[in-house]
Ligand binder design. Sequence first.
Ligand SMILES: *[C@@H]1O[C@H](CO)[C@@H](O)[C@H](O)[C@H]1NC(C)=O
Ligand SMILES: *[C@@H]1O[C@H](CO)[C@@H](O)[C@H](O)[C@H]1NC(C)=O
Ligand SMILES: *[C@@H]1O[C@H](CO)[C@@H](O)[C@H](O)[C@H]1NC(C)=O
Ligand SMILES: *[C@@H]1O[C@H](CO)[C@@H](O)[C@H](O)[C@H]1NC(C)=O
Ligand SMILES: *[C@@H]1O[C@H](CO)[C@@H](O)[C@H](O)[C@H]1NC(C)=O
Ligand SMILES: *[C@@H]1O[C@H](CO)[C@@H](O)[C@H](O)[C@H]1NC(C)=O
Ligand SMILES: *[C@@H]1O[C@H](CO)[C@@H](O)[C@H](O)[C@H]1NC(C)=O
Ligand SMILES: *[C@@H]1O[C@H](CO)[C@@H](O)[C@H](O)[C@H]1NC(C)=O
Ligand SMILES: *[C@@H]1O[C@H](CO)[C@@H](O)[C@H](O)[C@H]1NC(C)=O
Ligand SMILES: CC(=O)N[C@H]1CO[C@H](CO)[C@@H](O)[C@@H]1O
Length: 489
Amino acid sequence: MHATEKAMESKLQNLNSPKGKFSIPSWPSLLLIFTFVAVLSVQIMTKSTLSPARVVLSGSFEPDHASSDPETCAGFFGELPKRKVVMSIKDFGGVGDGKTSNTETFRRAVRHMQSFGDIGGAQLNVPEGKWLTGSFNLTSNFTLFLEEGAVILGSQDEDEWPIIEPLPSYGRGRERLGGRHISLIHGNGLTNVVITGHNGTIDGQGKMWWDLWWNRTLKHTRGHLVELMNSHNILISNLTFRNSPFWTIHPVYCSNVVIKGMTILAPLNAPNTDGIDPDSSTNVCIEDCYIESGDDLVAVKSGWDQYGISMAHPSSNIIVRRVSGTTPTCSGVGIGSEMSGGIFNVKVDRLHVWDAAAGVRIKTDKGRGGYIVNVTISNITMERVKVPIRLSRGSNDHPDEGWDPKAVPKIRGISFLNVVSVNSTKAPVLAGIEDAQFEEICMKNVSLLGLAPSARWQCQFVSGFTSQVFPLPCPELQNNGSSLWCSFS
Ligand SMILES: *[C@@H]1O[C@H](CO)[C@@H](O)[C@H](O)[C@H]1NC(C)=O
Ligand SMILES: *[C@@H]1O[C@H](CO)[C@@H](O)[C@H](O)[C@H]1NC(C)=O
Ligand SMILES: *[C@@H]1O[C@H](CO)[C@@H](O)[C@H](O)[C@H]1NC(C)=O
Ligand SMILES: *[C@@H]1O[C@H](CO)[C@@H](O)[C@H](O)[C@H]1NC(C)=O
Ligand SMILES: *[C@@H]1O[C@H](CO)[C@@H](O)[C@H](O)[C@H]1NC(C)=O
Ligand SMILES: *[C@@H]1O[C@H](CO)[C@@H](O)[C@H](O)[C@H]1NC(C)=O
Ligand SMILES: *[C@@H]1O[C@H](CO)[C@@H](O)[C@H](O)[C@H]1NC(C)=O
Ligand SMILES: *[C@@H]1O[C@H](CO)[C@@H](O)[C@H](O)[C@H]1NC(C)=O
Ligand SMILES: *[C@@H]1O[C@H](CO)[C@@H](O)[C@H](O)[C@H]1NC(C)=O
Ligand SMILES: CC(=O)N[C@H]1CO[C@H](CO)[C@@H](O)[C@@H]1O
């Protein structure tokens, strides 16, 4: 312990700024913190080994002792971790005038804070102001804290979003062959990372990228606003994210991720500005978010065709609760179309979507392989959503010629309970795949009001069970099968 204090002291002396808010902790307080961290990591370890079925049934990763609120899945993260060192970006010479580049400053700050990772962690505060920056990486045992009025602005210089390797489960950049631009805020191989604050803003200033996309001059796949890869115990909360160049929050190959109390905004015509895309990740809790953007509010994914199939890294134990918002050409919650590593145990509850193309949409195709199994969708309200429920093939995009037409996805056990849609224009569309019928589709208490009398369900290669569904479902879902496999029954 004494050695640890010495190490901290000497690290502080290396720091050229006197402003770091830090006091040498007393032995009992250190002991307390280490005990807390130890308990926390034991809890996290225990919780991540939970059986998947439990998640769907209880709606939470575990009845949590730290949190008395049964209506949250965020509890497993524990309380906001306290960091031993708290400093401001100003301590590193940052300038919040919206013009000066802080790229090197953020990188230097994180490098410095990395040295506290194994001795109590560090927090970087971003105060009120406009902090222009290119891409920077986070570190472990670290909090990025945006105070009220703090705005991090994404650089308008493409070179400040350097090219990194494509994801192995995609085999190439999602939009262009080869590498892809790194995200504005990035992390790889981290544990215990928090991005939070008093509703400060991270604004990707994505217009430049959308223009490149629109005018077909984009050379490499666009970067995300925040991407964390191969990371564990992540909390992103209480902030506003705006104008991402591409998907806004992208946890990929991660576990134990909580995204809560976020506002995510992009112009409704900004291409591919998905809100939150859990990708080949497990134990993901998305709660109390407001999202409006040019693409799906939430899209669960797991890799693309032969690359996703061979990596076989599923997304599982995903809870999406109390999410609301609008996206005129896309869906409230999308599952797929990239789902080749498999997706299981997804629970969507109390979703509210308006003025959207679809409420809940499962997207897949031949060549994808993989599976989507055990999805429960409950308490959904929709207004002016064109197709409230859409399960379909026909994504018709593949990474390259190497995809296997015989690799058909398995879609099974998709349950809908308590759904109300007002002023939709189409009845559900359920279009399975010829050699891979969508099975065990269950709908109970689903009311689609205000449809034209001529509106008919469109069903093909699908089977399932319905009860209390209006308007009358297609024969494939009438009195066929059993309610036993409805996961909420
Ligand atoms: C993060 O903190 C934990 C608990 O103190 C420690 O075991 C781990 O080594 C730290 N990780 C890093 C990368 O410093
Ligand atoms: C950030 O991490 C990525 C690896 O994920 C690496 O390629 C890149 O060079 C790092 N950037 C900086 C500024 O360290
Ligand atoms: C955070 O800021 C956004 C954007 O200004 C606002 O819409 C949202 O209501 C704020 N959230 C909270 C909790 O104050
Ligand atoms: C495409 O958009 C970029 C970014 O706005 C712009 O610099 C470029 O001139 C545009 N190219 C064309 C051909 O319009
Ligand atoms: C979000 O902010 C509220 C109000 O400041 C606070 O009580 C809560 O703990 C924060 N939650 C998270 C997960 O950061
Ligand atoms: C799906 O749920 C059923 C019934 O609870 C269970 O038997 C099965 O193992 C689950 N499958 C997956 C992949 O989670
Ligand atoms: C639907 O909402 C009700 C009331 O908020 C809640 O009690 C119930 O658990 C929800 N259903 C599911 C399947 O989560
Ligand atoms: C059907 O769903 C509606 C809307 O969610 C809900 O208000 C109602 O209580 C449900 N009915 C039954 C019998 O569960
Ligand atoms: C009922 O489901 C079975 C498969 O579970 C399917 O083969 C059959 O065509 C379905 N019946 C109708 C009327 O669609
Ligand atoms: C159930 C229903 O049809 N609700 C509304 C749909 O929109 C029209 C106006 O466009 C309203 O008059 C309906 O009440």
